[in-house]
Design a protein around this ligand. Structure first.
Ligand code: ADP
Ligand code: ASP
Ligand code: MG
Length: 241
């Protein structure tokens, strides 16, 4: 039985309808006989809206409180995705980052994952559940909530895949893979079938936000194969290995 970590970005879960579509896709993978851990981002522009909200009460919001606020976006989508899975007859359980023991340093708004207490997720997998984890967040050893930097849900997914020894980490997004340049700006850009970690690192450090730089660094370090693909089509995306 393979273990697959699937990450769904903000545009893939931006409405209740899209969350239901994601739930169908997750269940399909589960019913093929895989164990599935999903990581979700906040719905659509939620993170920006939360930032805006913070600024309305304080032009310099305290970092600790800001991270606590921003982490809620991903918690909403994880709870909703788990509910959608239940309504389709799936067995699922949603967790925040702190609940699954994603331990980070104290660098608010750009925290690094130090370790993951995998026992919590492993127990759920043994009970045959689909585990839905809120991306982009963790907790310090002092029990305060942190966030991993914008785009950080990718890093949650890869870190979980590495810690759990997953066979594959799929990053579902709003484009069909990695292109030589941003396809939203240059629509005729060519899609790449396969690229190396090194090539992806270079593209991510030059600002290709299709995947978080730290996620690629971690995938390279722990040799986690990545598949970046669209959540709106069945087409094969780009393999990074
Ligand atoms: P998600 O919300 O799924 O994490 P992001 O918006 O963070 O999605 O990343 C996907 C976006 O990355 C695409 O919509 C695209 O505009 C952008 N992008 C930038 N460079 C590239 C590239 N070389 N290949 C593919 N997408 C790219
Ligand atoms: N929701 C966060 C952001 O907008 C994290 C993520 O999407 O990966 O940056
Ligand atoms: Mg992203």
């Amino acid at each position: 039985m393979a273990l697959i970590v699937q990450k769904y970005g903000g545009s893939s879960v931006s409405s209740p309808e899209k969350i239901k579509e994601v739930a169908k896709r997750v269940l399909e993978a589960k019913r093929k006989g895989n164990n599935i851990v999903t990581v979700v981002s906040a719905m659509g522009n939620t993170t920006d809206e939360l930032l805006e909200l913070a600024w309305q009460v304080n032009s310099h919001p305290p970092k600790r409180e800001l991270d606590m606020l921003l982490s809620t976006g991903e918690i909403v989508s994880s709870a909703l995705l788990s509910m959608a899975l239940h309504s389709l007859g799936g067995k699922a359980a949603a967790f925040s980052g702190p609940q699954v023991g994603i331990i980070t340093d104290e660098a608010y708004s750009k925290a690094r994952i130090l370790r993951i207490e995998t026992k919590i997720i492993q127990k759920e997998i043994r009970e045959d559940k689909i585990v839905v984890v809120a991306g982009y967040q963790g907790v310090t050893s002092q029990n305060t909530i942190t966030t991993l930097g914008r785009g950080g849900s990718d890093t949650t997914a890869v870190a979980l895949a590495a810690a759990l020894g997953a066979d594959l980490c799929e990053i579902y997004t709003d484009v069909e893979g990695v292109y030589i340049t941003d396809p939203q700006i240059i629509p005729e850009a060519r899609k790449l079938k396969r690229i190396s970690y090194e090539e992806m690192l270079e593209m991510a450090s030059l600002g290709a936000k299709v995947i978080h730089l730290r996620a690629v660094e971690m995938a390279k370090k722990y040799k986690v194969p990545l598949h970046i693909r669209s959540s709106f089509s069945q087409k094969e995306g780009t393999i990074i290995e």
